[in-house]
Design a protein around this ligand. Structure first.
Ligand code: SF4
Length: 281
């Protein structure tokens, strides 16, 4: 494992201690499955150019997490495709909690929450991040290709009733959700439900034509909507609080990497079982 990690990180600097390389790998991002039941036009497939076969099994993930405990693993985030399509999710989550005390995060499109809620537990999952770019059903369908907004909202209600910590992830898309009214509507919804809200800058990893059409500078858009962001000492992301909701701005990966060594120190486990450096594929 150590040799494999050396190869994975060959271009990076490491702490040299007692004649051995000492890695610190605080986070692991696990793409459980390539498949998704939505079709967002900006989907970049977790930065992977083609759909990978989804061959990873619960045992592979458990073994990886078990090994990474020795490298300071603190956090595991499950993504997809859509991670709630991973059939063995309940078993996976319980097994992880049994062998380690890592924090568990899930990023989902929220459409299957109602169906899978019995397989989840707020005692095991530290935070559910749910993608929601808009509360307008027509815009939602335009972005995702599906009419699932009501499903997502009812899933979010269930998370709230069951005491989950929830964060809404909202990608800023010029002309679709950048009007002051749309932004404030989303903030009001989150504050009312005591959800955190993360505005995300559109990634440049998508088709260039779409990027040019829908990219908007988040600072500009959010300032126009009257939002006043400050720096966060813990991870350099800009944020402010309204009542119990934390509103955050997440800029593109290059900015994140420059500002946060820890987040760059993570690994990715892909649906075909391959391990990659966090941001460099
Ligand atoms: S919900 Fe996520 S994985 Fe699914 S299509 Fe949209 S961006 Fe891609």
């Amino acid at each position: 494992m150590k040799q494999y990690l050396c190869e994975t990180f060959e271009n990076r600097e490491y702490e040299f201690n007692s004649g051995k390389y000492e890695f610190k790998i605080p986070s692991l991002r696990v793409s459980l499955i390539s498949r998704c039941n939505e079709g967002c036009f900006y989907c970049h497939n977790e930065g992977i150019s083609k759909k990978l076969p989804s061959t990873i099994q619960t045992g592979d993930i458990i073994n990886t997490i078990y090994l990474l405990r020795d490298y300071g693993l603190k956090k595991v985030k499950f993504t997809g495709g859509e991670p709630l399509l991973f059939k063995d999710l309940k078993n996976l989550l319980y097994k992880i909690k049994h062998i380690t005390d890592v924090d568990i995060f899930i990023t989902t499109n929220g459409t299957l929450l109602r169906r899978r809620i019995k397989d989840l537990s707020p005692n095991i999952i530290n935070k559910m991040s749910v993608s929601l770019d808009t509360l307008d059903p027509y815009v939602y369908k335009f972005i995702t290709g599906k009419n699932f907004l009501d499903e997502v909202l009812s899933g979010l209600d269930i998370l709230k009733k069951n005491g989950y910590r929830v964060e809404i992830d909202s990608i800023i898309l010029k002309g679709l959700n950048t009007a002051k009214k749309s932004i404030n509507y989303l903030i009001e919804y989150c504050v009312k439900n005591e959800f955190d809200l993360q505005f995300i800058e559109l990634s440049g990893a998508i088709d260039n034509h779409l990027y040019l059409k829908y990219y908007a500078d988040p600072n500009e858009i959010l300032q126009n909507a009257g939002l006043d962001f400050k720096n966060d000492d813990t991870n350099d992301r800009q944020f402010f609080k309204i009542k119990n909701s934390r509103i955050t701005l997440c800029r593109n990966v290059s900015d994140v990497c420059k500002s946060s060594g820890e987040r760059c120190g993570g690994l990715r486990l892909l649906p075909n079982g391959i391990i990659k450096n966090f941001y460099y594929l």
